[in-house]
Design a protein around this ligand. Structure first.
Ligand code: GLC
Length: 677
């Protein structure tokens, strides 16, 4: 759609919304601010008199959830697996697929994606979010949002903001300085709002610096709506306003929809507050109008548009789910090139471990993101199918050519699950024992982790030659894992999150006591690490992780040559430059590589992390193929947030651009100069 026609479309919708708002009575406007239907937790209130239907919504980031749709949906891999693909195109395809399935379920708002930054490896919802890095998070989320909304279904960016742990999520306050808040925790929301225009945003449970987002007029009205230009609507997380009682402050702040039931927006509270003049009808019209905008964007006000939403679960996307699992799987260690399996020498494989034959797709298993698929292929089923009866599958490692242990976590409380954080950073003791025993029984032991967050490996990593992180790989996960083991697929995933050696190495856990995590006696979580979250912390503090951000091995190898840039000077925030490099597949098989660009600006007067991701591209190469690849680096991604001037700025001085295969590698580097804007 051309720019003018998009602008006309927006003007057209804006005037239609205004016309509709003018027809509503005051009472009807109050009704629209919350869900008054006790029978459903995923609907808004219809206004039959004016033909306004209920807006039907569904979770979640991994697909259309069972509990909000009674539909079996494609169970995609966990969102962290999607970001581990570093593949923007796959993310858009996933968004489009979930959008199609949501429409078939009669839903026009998808409560996804979750874009909260990984601050602690213990966060129970790490599997549902994208990365410790704001740049990677926004680069994967932008195409996802575009994909969903391309289907006429609204995306809902969540949870706004700084919801970085589950412990005390409804009562804690994230205590963050302004620069850190903007540069790390708000940045994905800002970039996604401005590049993908999500039709809605879900507020978080937690407070930020002592205020709930729903009473934070500055954050919503000034920052989100005025400065970033967000013209969608804000809704609560479920019962997130249960401890609040002030309707007027929520209206003034810009809250349009209280789900799944009224608290501040109970009719009697609204009437009383309005009568007292605590808010005006024009303030009310703004939040109601923002909500009604999605009815025009989805077209559900016109019966024809609504009619093609058939109810059912015939639309499925298993092959896309498998592709994402295959591309998101990360090969962490592969000594002696144990993988891919040498089929002529492998007659017997020992298959062990608690995650060998587990189906994770159960109602609300892991929380609101749970998707129940029509089927789910476990690793055991995938390997059995792929070995086609030509290989003995046994459970005795001492009497096998190779042993494969499926370890990791699950969605039980205290592991990778919503509403509680992980109890431990390490594997359960019995799993660590199993790994060590198996490695003694068979030197060729492979560990495959099925999990959604980094795991401590100190007491067994040296015992095993090969480790893969398969995340929660979705309904086709068993086939994806088998394809990688047998060499049909060459793994190309890269870690979107640092795997620390010890929990205390992690920025949220390196402080004293509970201040930095899970919070002090006043339930305040002090983000004392500031902007040094994830690899920013490990690099700046020179702490060696087990596996760094951006790391992932391949069955082939790549060589980088001839780094060049198309300009040496960046003069304004609107500027950009192009980094080009020749990359060769110097190994024996086809493979995909993620070329990453990091920026260092350590001479400027502003304290900056040692390195920050500012660009990446993924490319597939045949053996001995050389290709010249370009990565565009936007000036705004080189900027920092000035807490005193309350704005993003370029710092004057030299910037080193490092190009490589992870955040810690033998980089090729170039120096450019940034001018202060
Ligand atoms: C939950 C989650 C949110 C989800 C909502 C509806 O509490 O925090 O992500 O979309 O409620 O299930």
């Amino acid at each position: 759609m051309s720019v003018t026609s998009t602008k006309n479309k927006d003007l057209d919708i804006h005037s239609k919304v205004e016309q509709l708002v003018r027809k509503l009575t005051l009472e009807e406007k109050f009704l629209l601010l919350s869900n008054h239907n006790e029978q459903s937790a995923f609907s808004s209130t219809p206004i039959g008199r004016l033909g306004i239907p209920s807006l039907e919504m569904t979770d979640g980031p991994l697909g259309v959830s069972w509990h909000s749709s009674n539909r079996r949906g494609t169970r995609f891999p966990a969102t962290i697996c999607l970001s581990a693909t570093w593949d923007r195109n796959l993310s858009q395809l996933m968004g489009e697929a979930i959008g199609r399935e949501a429409r078939e379920a009669g839903k026009r708002l998808l409560l996804a994606p979750g874009v909260n930054i990984h601050r602690t490896p213990l966060n129970g919802r790490t599997f549902e979010y994208m990365s410790e890095d704001p740049y990677l998070t926004k680069e994967i989320a932008i195409p996802y949002v575009r994909g969903v909304q391309k289907q006429g279904v609204g995306a809902c960016l969540k949870h706004f903001a700084a919801n970085n742990q589950e412990t005390n999520r409804r009562t804690s306050s994230s205590e963050i300085d302004e620069r850190t808040l903007h540069e790390i925790y708000l940045r994905p929301f800002k970039e996604i709002v401005q590049e993908a225009e999500p039709w809605s945003i879900m507020g978080s449970y937690n407070k930020i610096n002592g205020k709930y987002v729903y009473e934070n007029t500055h954050l919503l009205r000034r920052v989100l709506m005025k400065e970033w230009g967000f013209d969608g609507f804000v809704l609560t997380d479920w019962d997130a306003t249960e401890y609040m009682h002030d309707a007027a402050i929520c209206i003034k702040s810009g809250l349009s929809l209280e789900m799944p039931r009224p608290h501040c927006y109970r009719l009697e509270l609204l009437r009383a507050s309005f009568e007292k003049g605590e808010f005006t009808e024009s303030m009310l019209d703004d939040v109601v109008g923002r909500f009604l905008r999605i009815f025009f964007l989805t077209g559900i006000l016109t019966p024809k548009e609504n009619s093609d939403d058939k109810r059912g679960d015939s639309t499925q996307h298993p092959s896309l789910a498998r592709r994402i699992a295959e591309e998101g799987l990360v090969l962490l260690k592969n000594d002696r090139m144990l993988l891919p399996l040498r089929l002529q020498k492998t007659r017997r494989i020992a298959l062990l471990g608690p995650n060998l034959d587990v189906k994770f797709g159960r109602p609300q298993y892991g929380g609101s993101s749970a998707v129940v698929p029509p089927y789910e292929i476990t690793p055991l089923q995938g390997i059995r199918e792929r070995s086609e009866g030509n290989i003995d599958l046994v459970n005795d490692a001492s009497n096998a050519d190779i042993a494969v242990i499926f370890a990791g976590l699950n969605h039980d409380k205290g592991k990778d699950s919503e509403s509680e954080d992980r109890e431990s950073f390490d594997l359960p003791q019995d799993q660590a024992e199993l790994i060590k025993k198996t490695a003694q029984d068979n030197a060729d032991t492979i560990v495959i982790l099925i999990s959604g967050s980094p795991i401590g490996m100190e007491d067994w990593l040296r015992e095993v030659p090969t480790v893969l992180e398969a995340w929660y790989p979705g309904m086709e996960g068993g086939r994806a894992i088998a394809n990688v083991l047998f060499g049909d697929v060459n793994p190309s995933g890269k870690l979107p999150i640092t795997f620390p050696r010890r929990l205390r190495d992690s920025p949220a856990h390196s402080g004293k006591g509970n201040r930095t995590y899970p919070g002090d006696e006043n339930l305040k979580v002090h983000y004392e690490e500031g902007i040094n979250v994830g690899y920013r912390f490990f690099d700046t503090m020179s702490i060696e992780p087990n596996f760094p951000f951006g790391f992932g091995m391949s069955y082939t190898s790549f060589e980088y040559q001839k780094l060049r840039v198309d300009k040496k000077r960046i003069k304004s925030m609107k500027d950009h430059l192009v980094v080009s490099i020749d990359i060769t597949n110097s190994g024996p098989v086809n493979g995909s590589e993620v070329i990453q660009v990091y920026a260092s600006q350590n001479q400027s007067e502003v304290q900056r992390p040692l390195r920050e991701l500012v660009g990446f591209e993924k490319i597939m190469l045949r053996p001995r193929q050389t290709s010249s690849l370009s990565v565009t680096v936007q000036a705004k991604d080189l900027a920092y947030y000035d807490g005193e001037k309350h704005r993003w700025r370029l710092a004057a001085g030299e910037v080193e651009l490092h190009v490589g295969s992870s955040s810690r590698c033998d980089f090729l580097s170039e120096t450019i100069v940034c001018y202060e804007d």
